[in-house]
Write a protein that binds this ligand. Structure first.
Ligand SMILES: Cc1cc2nc3c(=O)[nH]c(=O)nc-3n(C[C@H](O)[C@H](O)[C@H](O)COP(=O)(O)OP(=O)(O)OC[C@H]3O[C@@H](n4cnc5c(N)ncnc54)[C@H](O)[C@@H]3O)c2cc1C
Length: 391
């Protein structure tokens, strides 16, 4: 009987399993598919503090401190590099929004500035088109390899005895008098007193018997990966738009030279199929063309690259575009990290620490009152989610 069952083997669940194992807990980590099969594999994998909601900024900054020592901690390469983030304004009308982002960052001590002309931005990233108006520049942002990161957490956790179970979906949470006593999977029941729900877009079906669904709107993002190009860009880019705080596109060059870039956030038609035991959502031709055009306008050299792969990724967007990091109300032994709204990759290593503390009844390492489940009390549908920034 494990002390804790962690459901979901994306970055949130994998980091939680690692943190719990470090504290001496026995853990079973279960995933319907396998490591990084959903958002944590589909992601752009920007490790970004800039452009966060003020209540999320301290979390992102604390997460970056962990990222800086993560390879050493996990004894593996996560592909993390810290070469900054440029949030680009295409027109002068975008600059006021960039100034607000810089002010929010400066207010909590984040190194960030506004570069109000194209040349200053191109001095940092010469591969950018001259047809831009400016950018915010945050040198301590960065990016990582998402599959390598999730696997690094899992391998480290396994070295400390964590049991991993793949290809097994959790069908229900077992409880007695609203106290967790196990999970029922597609093949068995695992007895436990504590469960961590790190299930991304899924999970409301497990919460339904307790009457506590999380109001999430599932959104769709198109992603393109090219074949490697010579080194052109070390920063993560995202494109602001004056009338829309969503990133119109975002992208980065991986350490292997491939570019990985994304569209903005779109509605999702609900279609998902499985291929080789992994969930797959195919982009439409229209969204693919739009993504290629938008990112090619910002980094023209990418137009010469060969396309290696493309896919869609899903985003679990809450009504305020902030996650829930909390106990599930009215159920003893159940904690949840969901609703990251397109920016939970950077937070992952810290999410693990927060979840591990909550499960063990300890104080979390930071104030997480802004991420309480109770703020959505009575809300079952996501109504008017603000647009959010991924990348
Ligand atoms: C295209 C795209 C770009 C993004 N860019 C960035 C970025 O640049 N920076 C950033 O910080 N964030 C970004 N994000 C968001 C970030 O990737 C996610 O917030 C983060 O990966 C969420 O991780 P997770 O572990 O919480 O969820 P997931 O990675 O979705 O993992 C959930 C896991 O739970 C499993 N699961 C679900 N239900 C069950 C069940 N019943 N039984 C068993 N297993 C179950 C699933 O199979 C899945 O593996 C992006 C997201 C997308 C889609």
């Amino acid at each position: 009987m494990p002390d804790v069952v962690v459901i979901g083997c994306g970055i949130s669940g994998a980091a939680t399993a690692w943190e719990l194992a470090k504290s001496g807990c026995s853990v079973t980590l279960v995933d319907r598919y396998g490591p990084a099969a959903m958002a944590s594999g589909w992601t752009l994998a920007g490790v970004r503090q800039s452009g966060r909601h003020p209540s999320e900024l301290p979390l992102a900054m604390a997460a970056v401190k962990i990222w800086e020592g993560l390879d050493e901690e996990l004894q593996a390469s996560t592909g993390y590099t810290q070469h900054g983030n440029l949030r680009i304004g295409l027109t002068p009308e975008d600059l006021p929004a960039l100034r607000v982002i810089a002010q929010d960052g400066e207010a909590v001590g984040l190194p960030i500035e506004v570069l109000a002309d194209a040349q200053s931005v191109r001095d940092i990233a010469p591969a950018l088109s001259p047809a831009i108006a400016g950018a915010t520049w945050c040198p301590t942002d960065g990016h990582a390899d998402p599959d390598a990161t999730v696997n690094a957490f899992i391998n480290a956790a396994r070295r400390l005895g964590v049991e991993t179970v793949y290809g097994e979906a959790v069908l229900s949470l077992e409880s007695r008098s609203r106290r967790i006593c196990g999970v029922r999977t597609t093949s068995r029941t695992i007895a436990t007193d504590a469960v961590v729900l790190a299930t991304g877009i899924s999970g409301n079906e497990l919460l339904a018997p307790f009457g506590s669904p999380l109001p999430v709107d599932v959104k769709n993002v198109t992603v393109v990966r090219t074949r490697p190009l010579p080194p052109l860009l070390s920063q993560v880019l995202s494109v602001a738009s004056a009338c829309n705080s969503d990133a119109a596109c975002a992208g980065r060059q991986q350490l292997d030279g491939a570019f990985r870039f994304t569209s903005g956030i779109k509605s999702w038609d609900g279609l998902m199929r499985e291929k080789d035991g992994r969930p797959v959502i195919a982009p439409t031709i229209a969204s693919l063309l739009e993504t290629l055009q938008s990112f090619g306008d910002v980094v023209p050299a990418v137009r010469e690259a060969e396309i290696d792969a493309y896919w869609c990724g899903l985003v679990d967007q809450t009504p305020d575009a902030l996650p829930v990091l909390d106990h599930v109300p009215g159920v003893d032994g159940l904690v949840m990290a969901r609703g990251f709204s397109g920016h939970g990759f950077c937070l992952g290593p810290l999410t693990g620490r927060i979840m591990a503390a909550l499960v063990q009844g300890q104080a979390p390492p930071l104030d997480i009152s802004a991420f309480a489940f109770s703020r959505f009390s009575g809300l079952t549908t996501p109504s008017s989610s603000p647009v959010t920034l991924h990348g």
